[in-house]
Design a protein around this ligand. Structure first.
Ligand code: 13P
Length: 250
């Protein structure tokens, strides 16, 4: 088994400003002395240039929150994978539940986005997760398998290059977290699905996201198939994010 170091990714969502980003990132970098996990922040597209320059030479990598499913062309408002590459973007979140819900992204669109990112040398962080209604109906496993299957179908040849994030929708921004056992159960299902598609499934980091915080990170990260975290609200609070990064560095 060749698991990589834990991967901890902050998703700023639609937060930040030129002024706020400078202090958040300088405070973060100055507290990262004991951090030895992999770490990145996924920032709003207009701040990619600023964040690229603030993080140059540091251990914190730059990520985007989305990428277009198209290569280039008449797609007003879209940002292509090639454009992200111009800003040293290492990761791009694809298929976040907020985009599936608010922007009607289907499994196929998400799979195409992952493909565009991979073709540009960007690691897609493919989000999967069930809604509260699906959770209560006992459909969790079926939903996440369907969502991942679309990405495997389109990207099978390089599926070991992706990152997967299990984000139960009912846990996002709600303060409710999957129990460590619930997270592990779903992560094991996803791992098995990846194992059926690639001999290198152990190299795929499967992150947990959904109200991960300084108090619950260690126990979630202790699960055998939880390889890291995708962190929203707590990634905007320097002491909290640093605690989470340290919990991932043990
Ligand atoms: P919260 O950590 O704020 O629940 O957000 C999780 C998330 O959606 C990360 O992508």
């Amino acid at each position: 088994m060749t698991r990589l170091a834990k991967l901890m990714v902050g998703n700023w969502k639609m937060h930040g400003s030129l002024v706020a980003n400078v202090s958040l990132l300088s405070d973060l970098l100055s507290g990262m002395g004991e951090v030895n996990c992999r770490a990145a922040v996924c920032v709003p597209a207009p701040y990619l240039a600023q964040v690229q320059s603030l993080l140059a030479g540091s251990a914190l990598e730059v990520g985007a929150q989305d990428v277009s499913a198209h290569e280039s062309g008449a797609y007003t408002g879209e940002v292509s994978a090639a454009m992200l590459s111009d800003f040293a973007v290492r990761y791009a979140i694809v298929g976040h539940s907020e985009r599936r819900q608010c922007h009607g992204e289907t499994d196929t669109v998400v799979a195409n986005k992952a493909q565009r990112a991979l073709a540009a040398g960007i690691t897609p962080i493919v989000c999967v997760g069930e809604s509260l209604a699906e959770h209560e109906a006992g459909q969790t496993e079926a939903v996440v398998k369907r969502q991942l299957a679309a990405v495997i179908h389109t990207n099978g040849h390089c599926i070991s290059e992706i990152v997967v994030a299990y984000e139960p929708v009912w846990a996002i921004g709600t303060g409710l977290t999957a129990t460590p056992e619930q997270a592990q159960d779903v992560h094991a299902v996803l791992r098995a699905q990846l194992q059926a598609a690639t001999a290198h499934a152990d190299r795929v980091s499967i992150l947990y996201g959904g109200s991960m915080n300084a108090a619950n990170a260690a126990v979630l990260l202790a699960q055998p198939d939880v390889d890291g975290g995708l962190i929203g609200g707590a990634s905007l609070k320097v002491p909290d994010f640093l605690s989470i990064l340290k919990a991932a560095s043990r």
